[in-house]
Design a protein around this ligand. Structure first.
Ligand SMILES: Cc1cc2nc3c(=O)[nH]c(=O)nc-3n(C[C@H](O)[C@H](O)[C@H](O)COP(=O)(O)OP(=O)(O)OC[C@H]3O[C@@H](n4cnc5c(N)ncnc54)[C@H](O)[C@@H]3O)c2cc1C
Length: 434
């Protein structure tokens, strides 16, 4: 094993040019650290890519972002200000419950007016500060039920959180999932008091945004700004430790680096690191992911909203919908999510069958007809953040190996940009011997 300190001329190798890898290359270049990035695909962006289908922009992954300060400064660096398109985030998110749509109470006004919860269910939420922080081994469902009552937990809070990952709230240990998010947000005991303090401070939530041609514009602009440092169509096939660093082997050649950063899903990290550390490889193989099917629908439905969430436990075969037409002004476009939890036949079904299921469930939920225009599948999709995340306790990369991935840290794009910056600071300090 080589020593941890690597001082002097440092070269960093980054595996993967999704938003994590691209943000890291951008931040390292900004700090004058020598960096080389490798991307297996012919196109940068990883999950964050857009496509033109039938003259419309569809998003293969994230549908929109919050314009956090980190994202805003990146947009300015890349000269993309004029390409931003702001969404209408005053629109509600709906929950499909008892065969109809109900507004999810995410603001005081919505909490007072929604018919998703009974009066008793609403009053129970107010008791939340009386209940303590997460307990060891508590699931997300148990924690939310204890804090907010069964109605709020089951009808919207649990599904809003776990729906992001496609995992049932019963299968998520709060310590390894929601608890980490609360901790990072600085919420120790009461979520409600934290929300109240935020409202009283008058601090505004950053607006919802995308770009004229979709979020893929950001990936492309980041790549173009650093195309001399990022090699497309160059998969790293294995990583090997050398006397003074690491060797990244690609089909054509190999590259020597001092520090290596992986941004790929856990299973790929396991494959690549197998020659470096067999124990680490087996820990990485424990993390599970949920596949996701995305079905893009054309519909004349004219409801106003950001989307619909379908809580687990119903017979609806989709987990949710994004109403791109409404809050982003994407003409007649709706994005539908299917996963094996909601539709067990998903993986064996054809794209046409998946499209038909999505269109039928769309009609059942909204009352409007829809036509599928495109299907995209992700496997691996989202990190499941289920019980397999206890593997985090055993994740000990050797000196010089770093994970800047959505399975060790926050998966949202603003979080990915933040962790790339944090790691760039750490590596830049190391390269200058601070
Ligand atoms: C369907 C879906 C919807 C989402 N919606 C939202 C949302 O609305 N808002 C939000 O904030 N977040 C959302 N997320 C989460 C967010 O999009 C992801 O966490 C984030 O894009 C992950 O970026 P990444 O760079 O870490 O990983 P990836 O995007 O997976 O990038 C990894 C890259 O590594 C490359 N690669 C793989 N193997 C190799 C190899 N051997 N050598 C070189 N390169 C390799 C891949 O081709 C890929 O480009 C969503 C995720 C999904 C799946």
């Amino acid at each position: 094993m080589r020593p941890i300190e690597t001082i002097g001329e440092m070269r960093v190798g980054v595996v993967g040019a999704g938003i994590s890898g691209l943000s890291l290359v951008h931040a390292l270049a900004d700090r004058d650290v020598d960096v080389v990035g490798f991307e297996a695909r012919a196109e940068p962006g990883g999950i964050m890519r857009s496509r033109r289908v039938d003259g419309r922009t569809v998003e293969l992954g994230p549908q929109r972002l919050r314009l956090t300060p980190g994202l805003e400064s990146m947009v300015t660096d890349l000269g993309l200000e004029d390409r931003l398109r702001t969404g209408d985030d005053d629109q509600p998110i709906y929950i499909y419950h008892d065969e109809s749509l109900h507004v999810a109470p995410l603001s005081v006004r919505e909490a007072l007016t929604t018919d998703l919860l009974s009066l008793r269910g609403k009053l129970r939420i107010l008791l939340e500060p009386l209940y303590g922080p997460p307990k060891p081994d508590e699931t997300v469902d148990e924690y939310l039920t204890r804090k907010f009552g069964r109605q709020a937990a089951r009808r919207y809070l649990g599904p809003l959180y776990s729906g992001l990952y496609g995992t049932h709230p019963d299968d998520m240990l709060v310590e390894y999932s929601l608890g980490r998010a609360l901790e990072k947000a600085g919420i120790d005991r009461s979520v409600l008091l934290w929300v109240a303090r935020k409202l009283l401070s008058g601090r505004e939530t950053p607006p919802i945004v995308t770009f004229e041609d979709g979020l893929g514009e950001l990936s492309t602009a980041l790549y173009e700004a650093h195309s001399d440092a990022v090699r497309l169509e160059t998969p790293v096939e294995s990583i090997h430790e050398t006397d003074d660093g690491y060797e990244l082997r690609t089909p054509e050649d190999s590259e020597r680096v001092d520090e290596v950063v992986l941004t790929t899903p856990a299973e790929t990290c396991a494959d690549l690191l197998e020659p470096v550390d067999a124990d680490l490889e087996s820990v990485l193989r424990r993390f599970t992911y949920n596949p996701i099917g995305m079905v893009y629908l054309d519909s004349g439905f004219d409801g106003e909203g950001i989307g619909t969430l379908v809580p687990p436990g119903s017979d609806v075969r989709i987990s949710g919908l994004t109403w791109n037409a409404s809050f982003l002004g994407r003409e007649r476009l709706y994005t539908c999510y299917v996963d094996p939890g909601t539709y067990p036949e998903m993986e064996s079904s054809t794209d046409e069958e998946l499209g038909d299921v999505a269109a039928a469930e769309f009609e059942r939920i909204t009352g409007a007809s829809a036509t599928p225009i495109h299907v995209h599948r992700w496997d691996p999709g989202m990190p499941a953040y289920d019980r397999s995340w206890t593997a985090m306790d055993d994740l000990e990369p050797p000196a010089g190996v770093h994970f800047c991935t959505n399975f060790v840290d926050r998966p949202g794009i603003p979080g990915r940009i933040r962790s790339a910056r944090r790691l760039a600071d750490e590596l830049a300090d190391r390269s200058t011997g601070k």
